[in-house]
Design a binder for this molecule. Structure first.
Ligand code: NAP
Ligand code: GCO
Length: 265
């Protein structure tokens, strides 16, 4: 029996993938043979991403598009289908976080996080599903979070969005499984990227950020994870090897969700 982890001949769109987790996932998909397409919210970021992919030996296709702009997303998908090919794999990676105590967060700030982190994946999935159905199937991977399962202070909007994204994942599975579309989530733990840089900043006295020490104690391996550690699980979920996996959130967290945390000395 030959298990197929390869993605040769497949077109993969990774949103918000000029750098960070999206870039690492796209690089892994390219390594497995996929043609990489990505978007970001301005030309400067897209150009930065194109240069980074080129340096990594990856011929990527970059588009400027805000995932919350439905007309813009539909136009981008049509352009990709014309210039590159029908999208076989969608990775809904683009996302933001606001760390503000809920009672101090404005409704506009809450809505902005929901718009990008939950409405964006809905708009993107809605745009690619019709062509996936016509083609006989496809893969949708939504980048969830520890906050799809857990809450913590100051991230109410983000947790609401990522919790919703978990259920959107399960609903796309339910509604489109019959068309050979598998929709799964990838739930990273705490990853060293620009998004979490504030949580790892050294204190004025040179000591570790309290949250940095907290996460190290909460992770069995005693470290932050590297974005590249998400590439393998993403390739699995994007490949035929996972055709019987649907509606699942694959947590790549180093064991955080399984661990009560190291006892303080
Ligand atoms: P990041 O470094 O902030 O990168 C996010 C990317 O998405 C950036 O390129 C960003 O562009 C782009 N983006 C933001 N809003 C967008 C929009 N409206 N349309 C298109 N692109 C947009 O974040 P990351 O750490 O790589 O995280 C990527 C994903 O993983 C996010 O969904 C995040 O919630 C999730 N995640 C992260 C961690 C972690 O520990 N880092 C853990 C679990 C889940 P700008 O630079 O202009 O903002
Ligand atoms: C935070 C972090 C987390 C990570 C990630 C964990 O402020 O707690 O930013 O939310 O980004 O989502 O899985």
């Amino acid at each position: 029996m030959k298990i197929n982890f390869r993605l040769d001949g497949k077109v993969a769109l990774v949103t918000g993938a000029s750098y960070g987790i999206g870039f690492s996932i796209a690089s892994g998909l390219a390594d497995a043979g996929a043609t990489i397409v990505f978007n970001d919210i301005n030309q400067e970021l897209v150009d930065k991403g194109l240069a980074a992919y080129k340096e990594a030996g990856i011929k990527a296709h970059g588009y400027v598009c805000d995932v919350t702009d439905e007309d813009g997303v539909n136009a981008m998908v049509a352009k990709i289908e014309k210039e590159v090919g029908v999208i076989d794999i969608l990775v809904n990676n683009a996302g933001i976080i606001k760390r503000i105590p809920m009672h101090e967060m404005t409704a506009a700030q809450f809505r902005q996080v929901i718009d990008i982190d939950l409405n964006g994946p809905f708009i993107m999935a809605k745009a690619v599903i019709p062509a996936m159905i016509k083609k006989g199937g496809g893969k949708i991977i939504n980048i969830c979070s520890m906050m799809s399962e857990l809450g913590r202070e100051t991230v109410s909007a983000y947790a609401a969005a990522k919790g919703g994204l978990k259920m959107l994942t399960r609903n796309i599975c339910s509604e489109y499984g019959e068309f050979n579309i598998q929709c799964n989530g990838l739930g990273p733990g705490y990853i060293a990227t620009p998004q979490t840089a504030p949580l790892r900043e050294r204190q004025a006295d040179g000591s570790r950020h309290p949250f940095d020490s907290f996460i190290v104690a909460k992770t069995p391996a005693g470290r932050w994870l590297n974005p590249d550690e998400l590439a393998g699980p993403a390739v699995f979920l994007a490949s035929e090897a996972s055709n019987a996996v649907n509606g699942h959130i694959l947590y790549v967290d180093g064991g955080i969700l399984a661990y009560i945390g190291k006892q303080p000395k």
